[in-house]
Design a protein around this ligand. Structure first.
Ligand code: FES
Length: 76
């Protein structure tokens, strides 16, 4: 589905940009030009980026300072 008619940007392109690490609406604007012409797509694009970044955050691995479980060697 086309999100930004002025720059011919579809939902897939925005999704790929978010997956590539562009984690804010402003970053997507810089990368794809979304909402930088007439601005009609701004609300829809902003909502889509928010939805995608929220999803991306839930899937990111969490860095741990300690292992989840300590496996001990059997006594000899
Ligand atoms: S439709 Fe996106 S800037 Fe015009």
């Amino acid at each position: 589905m086309i999100i930004c008619v002025c720059h011919n940007v579809n939902e897939r392109a925005i999704r790929k940009a978010v997956e590539a690490g562009h984690g804010s609406f402003e970053a997507i604007q810089m990368e794809l030009g979304v909402a930088t012409c007439c601005g009609c797509c701004a609300d829809h694009a902003r909502n889509l980026v928010s939805e995608l970044t929220a999803t991306a955050c839930a899937c990111r691995p969490v860095a741990r300072s300690q292992p989840l479980m300590q496996i001990s060697e059997p006594a000899a």
